[in-house]
Ligand binder design. Sequence first.
Ligand code: TRP
Length: 333
Amino acid sequence: MTRKRVLSGIQPTADSFHLGNYLGAVQQWVALQEDHDVFFFIADLHALTIETDPALLRKRSLVSAAQLIASGVDPEKSTVFLQSHVAAHNQLGWIMECMAGFGEASRMTQFKDKSQKSGTDRTAVGLFTYPMLQAADILLYQADRVPVGEDQRQHIELTRDLAGRFNSRYGKTFQVPEPHILKSGAKINDLQDPTAKMSKSAESMQGVIEILDSPESNAKKIKSSMTDAGREVRFDQAEKPGVSNLMTIHSALSGSTIAEIEKAFEGKGYGDFKGAVAEIVVEYLRPIRAKALELLEDEAFLIQTLRNGADKARVVAEKTLSDTYKNLGLVER
Ligand code: TRP
């Protein structure tokens, strides 16, 4: 039986992944590569929809790729590449822009939110066409499943609509993908504001565990995380959001159940518990961070790995693009 094809992308918009990204997405991608035919890419073209600093974009693209590989996405098992290395993304992107209705694209909530914040004069046209490029990313590879967070659901629905519309007008060309919404069993919250999701856009990074941050700094953030009322280590999200969040982190990384953790810390206080969580997080991230830093040290090798990935990706993408052109009536080259 042929393996189902899975595709996902991540924008290179941060200096480091945080623990929420890692447990919410990256860890699940790593698991998928064992029994799926997997394509993962860094959406560097999507990152251009907001004004970027060239040195920062370059650095973040490489850092994102290094972290994916360091976290266990194996370039031998998965196809890992940069979006800008495969020109077919832009080429099919244009076709998708011609398939989408203006009103349909105008209803994308992510566009509405972001453009409302910056005002129409400062909103790039690329932010508007962003979902059509994303549709092209997915359809080029005939992906069966697209693992993404809930915030991307509407873009996947649009992709399905565009694929279906194209297929019915011009003949079956694209696999219609299923969304595969990652319900992070572990929802990781901010350490200082444990009722809010851990996010790179938090006001302060004090509550955000970054994979590439030093062990000392991460241990300190956990030890100085928000302290709840009471003293018992007990899972209770309403009364004890801070402890509950730390228990979720402990459980996700150690594999212990919540009940086992409660038992282990019976009669002990928050201080002991925070110390134990800090140790688990630091030891868990240590090899990932070390591997990522090692990969970043040899930039030429990292870039070559990404070029090899793009070479593999291009074979699949070019085939879809040429079928698309043909079905549309564009004269063969
Ligand atoms: N828009 C996605 C995000 O911000 C990133 C992305 C770009 C993507 N292209 C994709 C995700 C294709 C899945 C499939 O998270």
